[in-house]
Design a protein around this ligand. Structure first.
Ligand code: ATP
Length: 349
């Protein structure tokens, strides 16, 4: 007997959502595998939140269908979809203690008091808030409130977790800490997770796979590393990280392969070496392009320095990790830039 293929946990089939004159989501088809962490990334207004709202059941598509575990959820109301949800604003009940906030979803499911208390204790311990059960949300820091929101989303063991800009309101250190927390919980519970963000670092750090959206459509989808290293379009290259787009750069760009028509060459700033004009060349001679330039600006950013270097009619961005004993260049300095031709990427315009 043949094994039946396991259905994707979540599937969008040609989904369109229109608000008045605006198609917020257009002909969107995507699947999310069981246990996968998928992030939807894109600029403001590209349709990320609408996609999540459709999945959560807070909005209904005009066309197309959404399936969960192989079954259409068109007729399933939001509260029956069995999803843990965290919104950008924590949406904790302000008049209830942390414990009561956590108990609430269990009570709605008719769970008995003793079992509820056990679960609350367990999850509070898991998010390192054992001593905070008696406090009101207003008596917690932003990071602690976000932990409670995470605990509440997970407490009923939902098979799917939806995150809407979950760390948007936190400062950088807390954000990094919470990223680790979310990653750990995802691994531990194996929950299929869909996260919406415009924070590229968050997307790169957390996800198994990223979808980049643009004007209601999917522009590209891939693993974080593949998406960053091999962006298909200029839009993705520039949205995800920084990109030197070598379009009419005012110098000859050497390539090994013929450049496909309708594309431009792109080089990531960290793929360029900066050196004094007479310094030994570092890159492999058979695979190297060297150009001369003048430093326009140097920006110190802790672990790295960013140079803007004028070459031909271009201003190239170079990122160099700060290291002991390295030469530092100042505006006006003549420099040589080296890179590997194999690090050039061709992206469609
Ligand atoms: P942001 O990062 O700013 O939250 P987003 O990518 O999540 O943006 P959406 O909120 O999905 O974008 O909005 C997509 C488009 O649909 C936008 O042009 C927005 O103005 C429009 N839109 C969203 N919700 C509504 C609504 N309820 N009524 C009318 N238009 C809407």
């Amino acid at each position: 007997m043949k094994n039946k293929p396991i259905p994707a946990q979540i599937e969008f089939r040609d989904v369109t959502k229109i608000y008045g004159q605006v198609a917020a989501v257009r002909n969107l088809s995507l699947t999310v595998g069981r246990g996968e962490f998928l992030t939807i990334l894109g600029p403001s207004g590209c349709g990320k939140t609408t996609t999540l709202m459709l999945l959560a059941g807070f909005e209904a598509p005009n066309r197309g269908d959404i399936l969960i575990a192989g079954k259409s959820v068109a007729a399933v109301p939001s509260y029956r979809r069995d999803q843990g949800i965290i919104f950008q604003s924590y949406a904790l009940f302000p008049h209830l203690t942390v414990r009561r906030n956590l108990e609430f979803p269990l009570e709605m499911r008719g769970m008995r008091a003793a079992e509820r208390a056990k679960r609350v204790d367990r999850i509070l311990e898991r998010v390192h808030l054992d001593d905070f059960g008696g406090r009101l949300p207003s008596q917690l820091s932003g990071g602690q409130q976000q932990r409670v929101a995470l605990a509440r989303a997970l407490i009923a063991d939902p098979p799917i977790l939806l995150l809407d800009e979950p760390l948007g309101a936190l400062d950088r250190n807390l954000r990094e800490q919470m990223q680790g927390e979310i990653k750990g919980l995802h691994k531990e519970f194996g929950i299929t997770t869909v996260c919406v963000t415009h924070d590229q670092e968050e997307a790169l750090t957390l996800s198994d796979r990223i979808i980049v959206m643009r004007a209601g459509r999917i522009e590209q989808t891939d693993t974080p590393e593949a998406l960053y290293d091999r962006p298909a379009t200029r839009f993705v290259a520039s949205f995800l990280g920084e990109a030197n787009i070598l379009e009419n750069p005012g110098f000859n760009v050497e390539t090994d392969a013929a450049q496909p028509s309708g594309t431009v060459a792109m080089l990531r700033p960290e793929r360029i070496w900066v050196a004094a004009p007479a310094a030994p060349k570092r890159a492999d001679a058979n695979n190297r392009q060297s150009v001369s330039g003048t430093v326009d600006d140097m920006i110190y950013a802790g672990p790295l320095r960013k140079y803007h270097v004028r070459v031909g009619s271009s201003l190239l961005v170079v990122r160099e990790p700060v290291a002991s004993g390295q030469q530092i260049f100042r505006p006006g300095d003549e420099v040589r830039l080296d890179w590997l031709r194999s690090d050039l990427r061709f992206v469609t315009v």
